[in-house]
Write a new protein. Structure first.
Length: 73
């Protein structure tokens, strides 16, 4: 039987640098922001992350989008 997937929502995961380790390499942290509409474009999600973290003292390192799907038979 075929599986049907229906888009539910997305989670935006933002990685940012909070400092340096004793060895001088970047110390990273992540924050997840849920309830991103699945219809939002990738560009819009990225632009929101850049705008939000532009207000922070920590530099933005990366943005990831995790899509959530409901699977049914």
């Amino acid at each position: 039987m075929a599986i049907i997937s229906n888009a539910r929502d997305s989670v935006m995961v933002v990685t940012y640098q909070v400092g340096l380790t004793a060895q001088g390499s970047p110390k990273l942290s992540q924050r997840s922001i849920g309830n991103v509409k699945s219809a939002s474009s990738d560009q819009d999600v990225y632009d929101v992350a850049v705008a939000l973290y532009g207000l922070q003292d920590y530099p933005l390192v990366g943005v990831r989008r995790d899509n959530r799907l409901d699977l049914t038979e």
